[in-house]
Every structure is written in C-alpha cells, then in structure tokens.
Write a protein that binds this ligand. Structure first.
Ligand SMILES: [Mn+2]
Length: 338
C-alpha cells in the first residue's frame, strides 16, 4: 500500500537528482496546478450560477474530495476514500432523504464539485507545502461561489489544516471547531512530519483559525496530547466521561461571536463495531446515534465540514463503513443547507 501511494513521486525525485533544470520542472508544475484548480473553479461556478438562478438558497453543501493519504502514520488507504463515499451516498439501498426530510438529490441541499487531484499533483512532484496551499485554494474557490459551503471528503486528517485555514481566511476570522475523533491529532509534529494526520489541530490552533476547539470521542491520548490541549486551551471530552458529558454535548451552541462553526469528523470517533473501515481501531467509542445526536442538536451556523480517515482498504467486503461515512456526509449536508 505504501508503495502505491508513494510510487508517483519517486521518478521525479530521480529526475531531479539527474539535474533536470529547476525552471523547466517548476513551469510545468505551475501549469498542472492551474489546470487542477480550473476544473474545480468552473464546476463550482456552474453550480453557484445554477443555485443563484433558482433563488432563495442561503447555503448548499458542496462536496469536495481530497484523496490524500500519505500523511498517515500507519496505513494510507484514506487516499482512496472519496469515490467509495460518493457511491454510498447515492446507493440504491436507501432513499435520497436525510433523517429530517431534506432531499439530497435537490441541488439546494447538496452539489458536487469533484476532487482536488492530489495524486496527479504528487505524480508531478508537487511537495506538501504547495499541496496544502492548493487544497486551501480549492476550498476558497468553492466559497467564492455563494451559496456553496464546502463539505470535504477525506483523505487522512492532515487535510483539515489547509481546509480550516482556508475557511477562516475566507470568512475573515476564526471559527469554532467541533472535532469528533478517537485521537486529539494535536502533536506538534509526528515522526518529524508537521503535516502528519496526527498534527492538524496544532497547526490550526497556532494559526489562530479556531477560537474554540472541542474534541469529542477522545480515548487514545498521551501526555503530549494533554499538554498540547492545555497549551492551546482545547476542550477535550474523553470517552471515559462521556456518560457524564452526554447532555452537554447533545445540546451544544457554538459559533456565536465568530464566523461560524466548522465540523471535522474522523470516522474513528465511532466505535470500530460501527465503523471497521478505519486505519486505527480504538475500542470504546461513540455509537452512530451518539454522533447524530450531537450533530442534529447542535445550534450554530455551520460554514463547512469534513469527513476524514475512512479507509476502504480496511472495510468489510460489502463496504459498511462507506455507508457510515456517506450518512455522516448526508446528515451534515442537511445541517448546512438552508
Ligand atoms: Mn482518529
């Protein structure tokens, strides 16, 4: 698996070593980057124009896939997640209405602007500094087109950093972040990687992109995770006290006095019994209904969201976790659209 996700970048490294002129490489990469952004921009524009011509839509969820898995510390399968989640969203085994009765086949509820072509960019030896900027730019391109609000399909959790950064920069101030996860993902760096999927919330807090960060579902946290939590003033709700915290978490009110609420859902916030298709099995987690109770009762203006860390290579043969990720996306779009 590791070799598949990392294969593309190798031959260009080799060419670099053979002294290919730097400007030749950089000019070519700039063209590929621009082409990558162009398709997202034009799709977002088309959908934005459609919704504006329909009139009366304040917010519609825009799916944006970010198939990036190489910042995972263990398995890299989340790179392959977005098409599986999309397939499950439209599965004929269920209808197109959300629990509260919104129809996801209505463009006023959900539209799709496609994927950031992460693997194609890596194939052209685009490094992570630039890749993170391209992800941020893609999110901003979507937000340029009112009333679109991005719902990002991961991808490993490293993508939440450029996504939240873009949302905050675009809206002109911090947001409140509700982060559901077994892990706090707040290491200063993990195994030397500042973009690790174990570190996005350190980058988000350092950047001042979040006023409050609430972490819910936590049950794998070490000394550094707690220290970093204290350093950044993170509100960490651990599973060992969930029965005590439940009432509070199922009645959250967030985003007042800031630019709104961002929701980041790592599929492994769920107990592996509910969602086996993740890289890191961590028993003792939330039930699917626990998560929906938190999301459906949340009061606040949800400006964007992500669903990350679904690993189709870990899923059951009939892809039950794809359905779990898809339902999370569907219910989030119901909360966002208005
Ligand atoms: Mn996690």
């Amino acid at each position: 698996m590791k070799s598949v996700a990392r294969r593309g970048i190798h031959y260009l490294h080799k060419l670099n070593a053979e002294h290919i002129p730097k400007d030749v490489l950089e000019k070519g990469q700039a063209r590929v980057i621009e082409a990558s952004l162009t398709l997202i921009r034009e799709r977002a524009k088309l959908k934005g124009e459609l919704l504006r011509s329909l009139g009366g839509v304040v917010a519609s969820a825009a799916l944006l896939g970010v198939p990036l898995g190489h910042n995972s510390s263990y398995l890299q399968g989340p790179a392959f997640a977005p098409p599986f989640i999309r397939e499950a969203i439209w599965s004929g085994s269920t209808n197109s209405t959300t629990e509260e009765g919104k129809d996801i086949s209505d463009p006023r509820v959900m539209i799709d602007v496609g994927d950031v072509p992460v693997q194609d960019l890596r194939d052209c030896c685009v490094d992570d500094d630039r890749l993170m900027n391209i992800i941020s730019d893609s999110v901003k391109i979507v937000m340029d087109e009112e009333p679109l609000r991005p719902v990002v399909l991961g991808g490993d959790h490293s993508i939440s950093y450029p996504v939240v950064r873009a949302v905050s920069e675009k809206l002109g101030g911090p947001v409140d972040v509700l982060h559901l996860d077994a892990h706090p993902d707040i290491y200063d760096a993990f195994e030397g990687n500042k973009y690790s999927h174990a570190s996005p919330f350190a980058r988000i807090m350092e950047g001042g992109y979040a006023r409050r960060l609430l972490q819910v579902g936590i049950r794998s946290i070490n000394w550094e995770g707690r220290e970093q939590g204290k350093r950044f003033g993170v509100e960490q709700y651990e599973m060992r006290t969930f029965s005590r915290d439940r009432h509070k978490l199922e009645n959250l009110k967030l985003g007042e006095g800031v630019k709104g609420v961002y929701i980041s859902v790592d599929v492994d916030c769920l107990d592996p019994a509910f969602a086996p298709g993740v890289s890191h099995f961590e028993p003792g987690g939330l039930s699917f209904r626990d998560v929906l109770n938190i999301l459906q009762n949340l009061k606040g203006d949800i400006v964007a969201a992500d669903v990350v860390e679904y690993n189709p290579q870990r899923d059951t043969a009939d892809a039950v976790t794809a359905m779990v990720a898809a339902k999370l996306v569907r219910e989030l779009t119901a909360r966002i659209s208005k």
